[in-house]
Design a protein around this ligand. Sequence first.
Ligand SMILES: *[C@@H]1O[C@H](CO)[C@@H](O)[C@H](O)[C@H]1NC(C)=O
Ligand SMILES: *[C@@H]1O[C@H](CO)[C@@H](O)[C@H](O)[C@H]1NC(C)=O
Length: 401
Amino acid sequence: MGRYGRAYTISNVLLAIYVTAFCYFNREKLKLFFNGDLDFSAAKLMDISNTEYPPGPTAEPTSLPSHINEVGFQELVDNFPLWSPKFIIVGVMKCGTGAAHTFLGNHPNAVPATAEAYFFNKDKNYEQGFTYYRKFFLRVGHKQQPYVHYEKSPTYYRSLTAPPRMKEMNETLKVVNVVCDNVKRTLSRYLHIKTHTDDGHFSHNHLSLIGQTLEEFQVNLRNTIRTFGAFLEDVKNNEGDGTIEGLIKALSYRFKHKMRPFGIRATQDKIELILSDGFYAVFHKYWQQFFPDDQLLVVDGGQFLKTPWEPMVEIQRHVGLSERINSSSFTFRDGMDVPCFIDAQENVNCLPEQKGRSLHKSLDMDVVRALHELYRPFDAYFAQKVLHRSPFQWNYGLEAP
Ligand SMILES: *[C@@H]1O[C@H](CO)[C@@H](O)[C@H](O)[C@H]1NC(C)=O
Ligand SMILES: *[C@@H]1O[C@H](CO)[C@@H](O)[C@H](O)[C@H]1NC(C)=O
């Protein structure tokens, strides 16, 4: 063995010892961070480091940012099971996540986060670690023990980073997704953007790209449905095997690689992004790679307007809350399109009518038909092949009078 060979061998041994010790220490730190409840095996650490996602708060923080003083690091670690969310409502924007949230607010044990955290899907939030996330769970208000903390951020459902990061936080976390008729969702989404452009939440530029008025939006929508339909046909035949199954597979690949029609940069047409947000099957199959089916609940948000107790009972069962919210909790008032909640003090609280905003607006019949045609195979596949349930009764705008 030459001079350098020997040094090389020694340094290799030292390196191996160092790596082993480093991994061991980090593993202990991770365990500590989670109060030792989770088994962070070496294999699991490997899994985590092999993903394409940036390392998350499990390895951080080793010290507290100076601006955080309401909770000490050790306290954060010790109390993780006490404050961390036990379930998360992940979407879908404009499908009734607000209604679910409002009704759950009446459950004596359900403690909502103080705001939508966008923690798992926005890197700038996630990189601040659980010291940041914890701030959403500091208040329990008038709730009773046992506290069941939860969070709602309606864009998690279509995030590439949210599922692996949530799994890393808590493997047994319960996830709730509220889906709905895509035709109604498309309309609600437009009206939402328009309303919130007026109050400064969205830029005027964004609105002008999709349509300043509902009429203009529909003109653009007609064009998008045509070009998008042709694009999907292309993907189906060239990247898939000509079947809907093959198309979903090809789209899943495109979703994971931030390609059209999912990547914000890769998708020129902003209306196409609104439409692809409705490919629930693609997103749900991705979630299934991280969580078993019994942790992933999908409810039909369309039911919140007529039979809100049905999805509410499903949600309470799924997340392990007592069934305090049931059909006796709701009432309907003459002339109102939205259900009202009867709280413990017998007060009647109605959803803001604005929540049913789209009820008073509609899309032209040709647009309604074209959208239903676009989504029908996706929705059928989602119900039958992904969720193994009966088909959704989604026929917004086509209902018998
Ligand atoms: C993880 O989530 C499950 C299910 O909600 C909950 O029972 C458990 O306490 C959580 N673990 C931690 C460490 O918070
Ligand atoms: C609803 O729950 C309450 C208790 O929280 C119970 O008294 C009532 O009978 C339930 N109603 C129905 C229709 O199950």
